[in-house]
Design a protein around this ligand. Sequence first.
Ligand code: URP
Ligand code: ZN
Ligand code: ZN
Length: 505
Amino acid sequence: MAKQFDTVVKGGTIYTATDTYVADIGIKGEKITAIGMNLQAAGADVINARDLQVIPGGIDPHVHLQLPFCGTVSSDDFYTGTRAAACGGVTTVLDFAGQGTHDNLMAGIEARMKEARDKVVIDYSLHTMVTGFKKLKNPLKEFQRLMEFGVASHKMFMIYEREGWNATDDDIFGAMLAAQEVGATLCMHAESEKVMNYLVGMALKKNLGAYGHVVSRPNFIEEEAIQRAIKWASATGAHLYVVHMSTGGGAQLFKEAQAKGINVHVETCPQYLVLNDEVFKDKKTGHYYATCPQIKKKEDCERMWKGLQDGEVAVVSTDTCTFTTKQKAMWNGDFTRIPFGMPGVETLLPSVYSFGVRGGKFSLNHFVSLIATNPAKIMGMYPQKGTIMVGSDADLSIIDPDESRIIDYKKLASNCDWSPFQGWKLYGFPKFTLSRGTVLVRNGKFDEKAGRKGRGRFVKRGPFGWRNLSRPWYVPDHKPQVPAELFGEGAKSDNSGRKRAAVGV
Ligand code: URP
Ligand code: ZN
Ligand code: ZN
């Protein structure tokens, strides 16, 4: 009998965001080509998935691999970071391409792709980092060109003046006008820098150690910035996606904005769900936990779990930005100098699975929506990624629901000598991870040969994904508020017009 499939996943329970059923999955080449009962497995690599949970491979839309930041470079590079991702059941990551000193964004994308190309083990895509909006000659053309290339999202920062990354309100407004014209997404790091710096100045006088990081960033620092970003999204009609949200108040703002039909989405990360700011009080290790924004209070964790349950928080990403204890030691007692970030991509699925699904907060289907389907839709990769469907890439994570691990950083694949979850018992690690049909993790072990460096591919994304979200309140029915008189040929998002206005012409 002729071989029909290269791989057959036999008898597992398939969980998508909407369905649960027992079936075989037939894979030919890189794609799922059949789903059904008793698929013909002659000559195929058969994965016995009986009593196992078969879910789409995780999508982490927010990682920073080998990022030059805070005077050092994040320690997981495109190889160790994507290998760690596969070990944790993640099959696609989205990283960021800095603008640097360029007057365009494409140069950064090309440079970042060069860094990633020979190292990535799983598929990846890139957001730009718009750190010099005023330098862009024609943002609309720039976003259009990037959209055609498959880059559908751009990150802006309301902080990081020291890094030269921060965007002012007029930058954000101009970028949103251009983004909404081409259907691009504006990703936003929302923290209120000026007020935060004022508080940092006050905290520096108090000798609080790493806890100074906490008191200089009270919740209103994030909430005010989120409110402002939502306001500009509402005015321009742009699709806003706030990254790494850490506050309960932020979740409330999203609930209210979405109820009005404003086109906004938000992600949070495991560190904001399962850790709280007590971690900073440990004199020896407190500074390891410094991220930006920082970890907040228990009440914030609870409100964000509720947001995930109810839907206003649509995605759990990680903001992986790994720094070793040696790199963290660079702070030398000054909380403003701690390299901000932590490892995470490898423990994304296990942490959300353990506390969300096993913790009784939501179903495994809902879990799938948070870690695969929603990020795929929002970031314009659906249904190539983010679901189990005939025609989709054969990206799968297969979990034994009864199997747990005690986290020990020495046994994790991440290039890091600590873990925020050290000693914790976590469920939800993959027994098998498949990336475009290739079995990268088999019986819990990474296959070095199959998972060769550079096998991962750049995923071209499109503008349409977010329109497909199934919840009715995500359908953008909100009318932008920029006066119609200002619209017309070249008037919306051409920086030259802005310059003229600035000099009063
Ligand atoms: O602590 C963090 N988040 N490091 C990475 C940079 C960023 O703002 O995402
Ligand atoms: Zn950020
Ligand atoms: Zn980040």
